[in-house]
Structure formats: C-alpha cells, structure tokens
Design a protein around this ligand. Structure first.
Ligand code: NAP
Length: 320
C-alpha cells in the first residue's frame, strides 16, 4: 500500500465506523476505513431496528447500514472491505496499521471494531456450526421453515431473533438460564404474547447432537440437574458478545471484559487514538449510541489533528 500518511484511519465498518467516516469526510478530512468483513457489523443481522429515530415503522439493520454507508460515500469515504487490522504500531506523530497484506500510516486512528457473538464452548458447537447451529437468525431463519428450533439466551438479541424465527419455524423454544428475560419490556411483552414461542426456564444448553445436521439439543435444568433431550433442527445461540479488541490489547487500556476505556471525548490514553461503538467500555450497546459515538470520535480526531498542526482549524488540508 502507498507510503502516503492518511489523516484518519477507521477500523471497523459498523454504525460507529461509518458515522465517524461520514463526519470526517463531510469536514474534508482525508479518511480511510478498513473492515475485516463486509461493512455493517452486527447491526446488519438485526431483522428490524425499531429504536433508531427517523424510521417510525422500524428498518431492517441491513437497510439502515446501506443508507449510512451511501451517505458517507457521498462525502467521499474510502472503504476497504475484507481488510483485517492485526495491530497498531504507535510511532508518536503517526500510527501504522498492520494489515494482513500491508501497512497503512495515519495521524489519528478511530477504533470501531465492535464485538463478535460469544460461543458457549459446549460439545457439538463447533461441529454443527453452519449445519444447524447459527448465531444469526436473520440470515438463516428461512432454512428452518416449519421446523422446531431452539434459541439460547434471554437478552434483547435472543428475544428479537426468536420472534423473527416464529415467522418461519413451526415452534421456537427459548432456553434461558434464569426464570425471567433480560430483554427490554417491549420485547418481553411481545415474546410472552407469541403463541409459537415456548420457554424453558432456569436451564442451560449442555450439548448439541446430530448426524449430518442438528437433530437434538440436551438441556439441563439448573435447579434440578435434570437433563432433557429435545428434538430440534436448529439451535440459535445469543449468549452475549466478546469485544474485538485483542489486536490493541498492548496499546490501549481495556476493562476486565476486554472493552476499551476512553474519556467522554472517546479518547484513549494514547494521543490520536479514539474509540467508538460496541468495542468501547460503555453501558449501552445500541445502534444509535454507536452512531453518536462515531460522530463524537470523529470530532475529537479532527480537533486532535488541528492541535498537532496537521490540519488548520475550520478545515484545510494537512500541513505536514
Ligand atoms: P446480553 O444482553 O448480554 O444477553 C446475553 C444473554 O445470554 C443473557 O440473557 C444472559 O443471561 C445469557 N447468557 C450469557 N452467558 C450465558 C451462558 N454461558 N449460558 C446461557 N446463557 C447465557 O447480550 P445481547 O442480547 O446480545 O445484547 C447485547 C447488547 O446489545 C445489549 O446491550 C442489548 O440491549 C443490545 N441489543 C439491543 C437490541 C435492541 O435494542 N433492539 C437488540 C439486540 C441487542 P442472564 O440474563 O442471566 O445474564
């Protein structure tokens, strides 16, 4: 890749990264965004986002992301997909992003690398992933028409995706380790009113069995230790997420769960390195919050460039 020093490099093409790109490019800051897969992040897997303002009927995650991306590209955001950043070398005035097949140097970096679904580490999980086990009902629900499927977890993601699955499956069994859902009140209410949705409380998934594809799930009641084998064709796992921060673990400060700590301007302890979205140590993981943090990180990065004399206040090209 070119030796040219970019103003800002963004890592991650979800709502946080794309919003940061939109803000920076609209301010004519030379910006490049790297995304390890396709743009969109976890939000593209949401069948319907009902709490992003401006869309009174809700909007599918993939459609919302496409709109944000189109908006950012209109202002000239340059995006490289399937470009995984494996580390960042801090050279003081500039930072070098280490990619699988090259390096890119930038004056400021915004880390918006998000999170990935957490695996359960149970027997059968790796073996049947893609053969009946899925972490994305939005992607795979149509494969389970008129079949019985199981959803693991009691958070917003599990309930939202279980509700989506009821449009396809004959029955959806939601297994949760407690006797109450963690999901928001609105989702809870809809879940309890859905006739195709059954609940197995105080229980955890212990094993997934099958031959070529999933045939059954073994569930253990935590209070009685009783094991039950339930015939299912699919198992959808939503037991939380892990932050994609290991590639910068030596560079920035992480909290106990691996989320990156920042101040309220999205700045890390390393000058010129900012963080936005789900990988940041914040309490609420929502698309609107990621988008807002992207805008904040972009504004802070811009101020940083002005402070170090790399950019004139109120716009203008880099001066060094
Ligand atoms: P989450 O809120 O962390 O929920 C994870 C669920 O998995 C919890 O119910 C948890 O049980 C359960 N769990 C964790 N480890 C487990 C294990 N080893 N075995 C069995 N169950 C286990 O994760 P999420 O649902 O992916 O949501 C993540 C964030 O995104 C949240 O902040 C959520 O509000 C947000 N989100 C929002 C929306 C929306 O607003 N529409 C949609 C999706 C996600 P406990 O309840 O007992 O802890």
């Amino acid at each position: 890749m070119a030796d040219q020093v970019r103003d800002v490099a963004i890592i991650g093409g979800g709502p946080a990264g794309l919003s940061a790109g939109l803000y920076l490019c609209r301010s004519k800051v030379d910006t490049v965004l790297f995304e390890q897969e396709l743009t969109g992040g976890q939000a593209v897997y949401s069948p319907l986002i009902e709490n992003y303002p401006g869309f009174p009927d809700g909007i599918p995650g993939a459609e919302l992301i496409e709109k944000i991306k189109t908006q950012a590209e209109r202002f000239g955001l340059e995006t490289t997909t399937f470009a995984r950043v494996e580390g960042i070398e801090d050279g003081g005035k500039v930072r070098t992003l280490l990619l699988e097949n090259g390096q890119v140097t930038a004056r400021a970096v915004i880390i918006a690398s998000g999170r990935s679904p957490r695996k359960m580490g149970i027997p059968g999980e790796d073996e049947y992933t893609g053969r009946g086990i899925s972490y994305c009902a939005t992607c795979d629900a149509p494969l389970f028409r008129e079949k019985v499927v199981m959803v693991i977890g009691g958070g917003d993601a599990a309930v939202e995706e279980a509700l989506h699955l009821t449009r396809f499956a004959s029955k959806v069994i939601l297994v949760h380790r407690r006797d109450e859902l963690r999901a928001s009140a609105y989702l809870k209410e809809r879940a309890h009113a859905e006739p195709k949705l059954e609940f197995v409380w105080n229980s955890v998934l212990a094993e997934v069995k099958g031959d070529k594809t999933v045939q059954a799930a073994v569930v253990v009641n935590k209070e009685t230790d009783e094991q039950t084998e339930i015939s299912v064709s699919g198992v959808f796992i939503y037991v939380g997420n892990v932050p994609n921060s290991s590639f910068v673990a030596d560079l920035v400060e992480l909290d106990d769960a691996g989320y990156i700590k920042t101040d309220e301007t999205m700045a890390t302890g390393v000058p010129g390195i900012f963080v936005a979205g789900d990988v940041r140590a914040n309490q609420f993981k929502q698309v609107i919050i990621s988008a807002a943090e992207g805008a904040l990180a972009a504004s802070s990065a811009q101020r940083y460039l002005e402070r170090i004399g790399a950019r004139k206040a109120y716009g203008g090209a880099a001066v060094w």
